[in-house]
Design a protein around this ligand. Structure first.
Ligand SMILES: NC(=O)c1ccc[n+]([C@@H]2O[C@H](COP(=O)([O-])OP(=O)(O)OC[C@H]3O[C@@H](n4cnc5c(N)ncnc54)[C@H](O)[C@@H]3O)[C@@H](O)[C@H]2O)c1
Ligand SMILES: O=c1ccn([C@@H]2O[C@H](COP(=O)(O)OP(=O)(O)O[C@H]3O[C@H](CO)[C@@H](O)[C@H](O)[C@H]3O)[C@@H](O)[C@H]2O)c(=O)[nH]1
Length: 447
């Protein structure tokens, strides 16, 4: 089938590459000339494992192409996917500027029946606004080609995006036209080998399902972060509690890892946008507001622990950071906990020496050259001249470091672990004090 995808970011590129991989002809459209140039030169503008190979292979096979020309895109696909960003507006609601911009462009160029598939995360009612925008743009030029607008939210996780897309837990399709539902079912059939994962439902339920999923996952994390603060204060170990509750299949082990807060381009903005939706219907979203507030506070936890350890005298100190991206296996820094920590350290007069396997360039793009930030390209080099080490992102390569070498390098022998990736006894045995989340600090015991 011929597919057009507006937006060549995390979702658009993964969707495009995976749909091409199963035999469709995909044309990706983006307004960002720089991104399209990189893609047309066999590069990939983001870091996502496996994506570069998949794009290169499908481009070479003639099934995947990139352009900045929307007219070409609209002429190409029966399916017109919208996968552009929906960043938070000033009041926290989803900013639909890009989504409706694409809708307008489709209306300006459409020359026959099209299925417009909304993959961006958008509030309930957006499909109606997309349809209306296309209708208005068509009316302005005196055409009225038939259009079906479908809600098809995306549930992939960055860092595992291709796997998630290729083997989805579910594919939600919101439509009021059974025939369109069947066409989407056919498009997704190659990802449905074991059993049918396509769920066709009404449009508004599909739109809300996306927010419900993210809000539920964010709630699990904030719940655990709140409990971690309680555990720490009462002398319990949150990691034991995590195992204790996760063993109940009604609770499960997934998404109950405590840490220094959730980040990324989805949970923070989607929880907020759902709150705004609730407020728009005069419903007070108490639970969602608490989830957000707990997360906001949790992002301060590492700084508070570091500040306390140095008696509030951080000026002139150097703190080493391992991990900058909001989670492992991505270079995405949107709402990353590392940003809050760095900004608090800088405000307190400290310097940061940081290492991340892939996010240094993005960090440099955000903060520019600053005298109090040094980005190094090797993890142990972050410790040179540092007073303490903080783990912010749980990249696999940080999991079994040489603790003796860490001890030898640090001015003050202390490790702050924002993701609880170490065995406290092992760290302490190397002569390092160990401060983590939801567990009592463990003083160095020495060898
Ligand atoms: N990143 C994720 O893990 C993820 C997962 C599921 C859903 N989502 C949702 O999917 C949407 C896209 O997210 P993303 O992370 O891929 O965004 P992104 O910022 O990485 O990419 C969006 C792209 O859209 C392009 N764009 C903007 N206006 C355009 C236009 N008029 N025509 C063509 N391209 C245009 C931008 O230049 C950019 O390249 C958001 O609504 C997001 O909430 C994201
Ligand atoms: O037990 C956990 C699990 C995650 N996190 C944090 O939560 C954030 C989000 O992680 P994750 O969900 O793995 O990454 P995303 O790529 O943001 O994916 C989420 O957001 C996407 C965009 O909407 C959805 O498509 C995905 O299903 C949903 O998992 C990260 O900061 C993690 O460190 C925790 O603190 N504890």
């Amino acid at each position: 089938m011929n597919v057009t995808i507006f937006g060549s970011g995390y979702v658009g590129l993964v969707t495009g590459a995976c749909l091409a991989e199963v035999g469709n002809h995909v044309l990706c459209v983006d307004v960002d000339q720089r991104k399209i140039d990189i893609l047309n030169n066999d590069g990939v503008p983001i870091y996502e494992p496996g994506l570069e190979d998949l794009i290169r292979k499908n481009r070479a096979a003639g099934r995947l192409a990139f352009t900045t020309d929307p007219a070409q895109g609209i002429a190409h696909g029966l399916f017109q996917f919208i996968a552009v960003g929906t960043p938070p507006d000033e009041d926290g609601s989803a900013d639909l500027r890009h989504v409706l911009g694409v809708a307008r462009t489709i209306g300006e160029h459409i020359n026959g029946y099209r299925i417009v598939v909304d993959k961006s995360t958008v509030p309930v009612g957006t499909a109606d606004r997309v349809a209306e925008t296309i209708r208005e743009a068509q009316a302005a030029r005196g055409t009225q080609h038939e259009v079906d607008v479908v809600s098809n939210p995306e549930f992939l996780k960055e860092g595992a995006a291709i796997e998630d897309f290729m083997r989805p837990d579910r594919v939600v399709v919101g439509t009021d036209n059974p025939r369109t539902g069947e066409l989407l079912r056919a498009l997704y059939a190659p990802f449905n080998r074991n059993h049918d994962r396509v769920m066709v439902m009404d449009i508004r339920s599909a739109e809300l399902t996306k927010y419900a999923a993210n809000a539920m996952l964010a709630t699990k994390i904030s719940f655990m972060n709140e409990l971690s603060n309680i555990a720490e204060a009462v002398g319990a170990d949150i990691e034991q509690v995590r195992l204790g509750i996760g063993s109940d299949p009604r609770i499960g082990y997934q998404f109950i890892y405590p840490g220094c807060g959730y980040g990324g381009s989805c949970f923070p903005k989607d929880v907020r946008a759902l709150e705004r939706t609730a407020q728009g219907i005069d419903y007070r979203p108490d639970l969602l507001q608490a989830v957000e507030a707990v997360n906001d506070r949790q992002k301060d936890v590492l700084f508070r622990k570091i500040d306390a350890r140095f008696d509030g005298a951080l000026a002139g100190r150097t703190i080493a950071l391992w991990g900058l991206a909001f989670k492992p296996n991505t270079d995405d820094m949107r709402e990353a906990s590392s940003r809050r920590l760095m900004e608090q350290l800088w405000a307190a007069g400290a310097r940061v020496r940081a290492y991340d396997p892939v996010a240094a360039e993005e960090t440099r793009r955000i903060y520019g050259e600053r005298e109090d930030l040094t980005l190094v390209d090797e993890q142990m080099a972050a410790l040179d001249g540092a007073d303490a080490l903080a783990i912010v992102t749980e990249w696999a390569q940080f999991r079994s470091p040489d603790f003796d070498a860490i001890k030898a390098k640090l001015g003050t022998p202390v490790v702050f672990d924002g993701r609880n990736i170490y065995d406290p006894a092992q760290v302490a045995a190397a002569g390092l004090d160990y401060v983590s989340i939801g567990r009592r600090p463990v003083p160095a015991t020495g060898r």
